[in-house]
Ligand binder design. Sequence first.
Ligand SMILES: [Fe+2]
Length: 463
Amino acid sequence: MARDGQGLEVSNAGAEAIASLDFLRDEWLSFGNRLAEFVAAADKEASCVLLPVMAANLMLSMNSDDGREMAYKYLAHAKALAKGANAREQAWLATTEAWIEGNTDRCLKIHEDMANEWPRDLLGGKLGQLHAFNCGDAEALLRIGERLFAANQDNRYVNAMYAFGLEECNRIDEAEEIARAALEVDRRDPWAHHAVAHCLEARGRMVEGVAFLEAMSDTWEGCNSFMYTHNWWHLALFLIDLDRTDEALALFDERVWGVWKEFCEDQINAVSLLARLELRGVDVGGRWADVSHYLKPRLHEHFVPFLDLQYLHGLARAGEHSAVTEMLASLEDKAENAKPFDREAWADCAVPAAHGLAAYAKGDHAEAARLLGQAMPHLSKIGGSIAQRSLFGAIHLDALMKSGWNDAALKILQADDRERPTVPWTKRSLGDLYRRVGRMEQALAAEYQAERLSRQYARGRTT
Ligand SMILES: [Fe+2]
């Protein structure tokens, strides 16, 4: 039986099919923009089951109705080639079918089993991590990464896969060390850049973050739109926390929004960046209108709650009231019919959070604070990374501050400041809140620290 470049047995595969699978693995792990070449090969494949199976998974990773339609087509193609499929290939068929049907808990279980049984199957691990990410299961993200890392020391891409799992489990120092080790071998690994960015973000090391990502950014030109726009999005987050919001807005226009406006990942990077800029008082002009135009077809999709909440926020900020109302009703239906494993994500988090975001956009900050507060204890279940989900915490905090819930806001800001004591905005907000509650001495101290940090960052830019 033929074997792929990882030494895994592949049924009914000629040299071309093996070459296509090896190409796909490298292209997916390096976040390349040539995946269409693999899909073209899968379209023509007449014997090897894994090609259409992988094409189906690619389509499903688009998180769109069109993608799912295409995935059905590729799964049917795969089933027609399934005779003689080995155990690993049957596992791939099972997880693909489960994904199409929305049983992502089953997908994750199959991929975890695959990572144990065939840890050399790097795409099995990659997809498993994607399911863990979408289910908000950081421990599973790490377990799969760890297993792959142990079994593939000849492949530098596993470092970043392991590192991201470590980072999402708050093992920041180990994560940074492992991600940087990959870059010692070859600096062109956008997922390792991304893992380092998460570590620096978690620690509030913004100056280093900007320098690091800028130094690596020349290697992102051949990346797919997700990786390209997402790494620039991370750079924009550092700039925002350094009070360089004008530069972050320029990155929105030049890098983050405009590569592939129909793609969910580009859309949520755009929504999240505009939202964060607004939270810092930036006027983003007519940009919401453009973004929302591409969000309107998604009102009834409900692939991942974390995506839905960002779509809804974008629509609400654009003033698309009827679309928001329609999406809220659709989300409630989704929550009512959710499968037991993801009921918490949809019913306990997405629904109250979505209503909270809608209230926030209407200026009803007390209602927004109340509803988002209900959702917050369940937030990790909606999927996404810690850095991405922090947007909802930031909106909740803003609603609390605007509606005068000073004690609750203070608690959150103090925790933020303990975790990331380098952000001038946090100190300024603390100063404002301390003044409101009459704690003048602490207000003056926080304002002084904010000013000192701002000057330090300004000096750093001129030296
Ligand atoms: Fe990220």
